[in-house]
Design a protein around this ligand. Structure first.
Ligand code: NAD
Length: 484
């Protein structure tokens, strides 16, 4: 079937203003299977105008928090109804096994929408005691107002879940949105917008403009009626967005990359740590921002752990993810395939040894073999750069202090995992590691009620949890003079 996808603006489908289109390519077959509208500045103008109208006296602006919450609940039900369809859309677009989004992304997205339904009615202001105004008493209170139109810019690795992280929170806060999905994965965002229409959201509250980052994304960042950019993607694009949006004083939230350490102490449960490290390396072909791609292992167990991890890598069944028994599909796109192979070659050139995998040369499809490096050090490119593929780098340590120093010797700080049965050590290391989230004996736990985000190059701001919804509001203070 050939997919012909268009923008979704104010409840209707639109071609790009100049008719241009972007091909959608299947990563398994490398065949074009459809196309999406290649958005223009004009398309962005149209979508932002629709979103702005809803905030400035439109039906959306008249709803209270409880009513917004009801709509969010309905949307959650519809996403739940269409779980398989949405999971398949995301999986097929990037060659991922649909089992992963069915088990992880969709339940998380539904939980986010349900949690946000509650937050919508809890965005309260404060009453603040003050010293009065030139001798006259005053009453000062604050209200939380929606920040405005949000430009939500999303990557391709977990498109629906990441779109919903933004959408649920900003709708709870009363904002409207123009979503710019990744050029590889527009399907689920478009379907989500249609579901929102079915749920009863007024047309214009949720708009989707498909296209490239340097056209649609940039136009959103430069648009005077976009108040906030919520971006998830690479540090390179994040830097540019920060630069563009900063000049215009737009609010910016940046969820960027990572090179997250998994610290395996000699007292860890070997099997649990092995399973967790394999999951953190190979889930979604390693195309996960929190991928635990730096495996820091205590020297006394490093050989055994490396051999077991290599064994796990070699037994991963790589192939067409729609075939039974296949655990890992190709990486999402040609550029990613080239990038991952380039880093594997760089690892070899810089002196690391392969325990499993290596440079891949498949006949067709962007398949990469799960790859494990050993004899590596933390200064190598394979230890410092985000590869975003199924590649792990094993580095040994001798002491807890050294493990912490290695974990923190990174420009990133998104996530970290500590594997140990020593409770005190677990908390000591969790406190010392510079990261937005630390898992103790579990890799990357996600929950609708937990904040998510990074430090250093991993980003600015937090998504998720109640604070995630608050981040889409401005606190306005109102003071009234109370003469006696
Ligand atoms: P990317 O930066 O290439 O693209 C992300 C989105 O930004 C896409 O929609 C793209 O079209 C758009 N874009 C690109 N350049 C832009 C620009 N100059 N202005 C505006 N928009 C622009 O990233 P990607 O390859 O799609 O995703 C992979 C990256 O995303 C990795 O670094 C990964 O770690 C990160 N990521 C982070 C999180 C997190 O929660 N921290 C989650 C998922 C992915």
């Amino acid at each position: 079937m050939t997919e012909h996808l268009n923008h979704f603006i104010e409840g209707a489908s639109f071609e790009a203003s100049d008719g241009r289109r972007i091909n959608l390519v299947n990563p398994v077959t490398e065949q074009v299977y459809g196309s999406s509208a290649q958005g223009t500045t004009e398309d962005v103008d149209r979508a932002v105008a629709a979103a702005h109208r809803q905030l400035e006296g439109g039906a959306w602006s008249q709803l209270d928090g409880a009513q917004r919450g009801q709509l969010l609940s309905k949307l959650a039900d519809l996403v739940e109804r269409d779980t398989e369809l949405l999971a398949d859309m995301d999986a097929n677009a990037i060659g991922r096994s649909p089992i992963e989004p069915r088990r992880m992304d969709l339940p998380n997205a539904i939980a986010n929408l349900r949690a946000a339904a509650g937050w919508a009615n809890q965005l309260e202001g404060r009453t603040i005691p003050t010293g009065g105004y030139f001798g006259t008493k005053t009453l000062s209170y604050t209200v939380r107002e929606p920040v405005g139109v949000v430009g939500a810019i999303v990557p391709w690795n977990s498109p629906l879940m990441i779109t919903v992280w933004k959408l649920a929170a900003l709708l709870a806060a009363g904002c409207t949105v123009v979503i710019k999905p990744s050029e590889e994965t527009p399907q689920s965002a478009l379907h989500l917008a249609v579901l929102a229409q079915e749920a009863g959201f007024p047309d214009g509250v949720i708009n989707v403009v498909t296209g490239y980052g340097n056209e649609v994304g940039r136009a959103l960042c430069e648009h005077p009626h976009v108040a906030k950019i919520s971006f998830t993607g690479s540090p390179e694009a994040g830097r540019e967005i920060q630069r563009t949006a900063g000049v215009l004083f737009k609010r910016v939230a940046l969820e960027l990359g990572g090179k997250s350490p998994q610290i395996v102490f000699d007292d860890a449960s070997f099997d649990d740590a092995l399973r967790g490290c394999a999951l953190g390396l190979f889930a979604n072909q390693g195309q996960v921002c929190a991928a635990g791609s730096r495996i820091l292992v205590h020297r006394s167990i490093a050989d055994r752990f490396g051999a077991a991890l290599a064994d796990a890598a070699q037994t991963v069944n790589v192939g067409d993810p729609r075939q039974p028994g296949v655990q890992m599909g190709p990486v999402a796109k040609k550029a990613q395939f080239d990038r991952v192979n380039r880093y594997i070659q760089l690892g070899i050139d810089q002196g690391a040894s392969l325990l499993a995998g290596g440079v891949s040369t498949p006949e067709r499809g962007w398949f990469v073999r799960p790859t494990i490096f050993t004899n590596a050090n933390n200064t190598m490119a394979i230890a410092q750069d985000e590869i975003f593929g199924p590649v792990g780098t094993l580095i040994t340590f001798d002491s807890e202090e050294e493990a912490i120093a290695l974990a923190n010797d990174s420009s990133y700080g998104l996530a970290a995992t500590v594997w140990t049965t020593d409770l005190v050590r677990a908390h000591r290391v969790a406190a010392a590691v510079k990261a937005g989230a630390v898992g103790i004996n579990c890799w990357s736990p996600l929950d609708a009620n937990l904040p998510w985000g990074g430090v250093k190059t991993s980003g600015i701001g937090r998504e998720g949890g109640f604070a995630g919804a608050v981040a889409y509001t401005e606190e306005k203070v109102i003071t009234v003079l109370l003469p006696s």
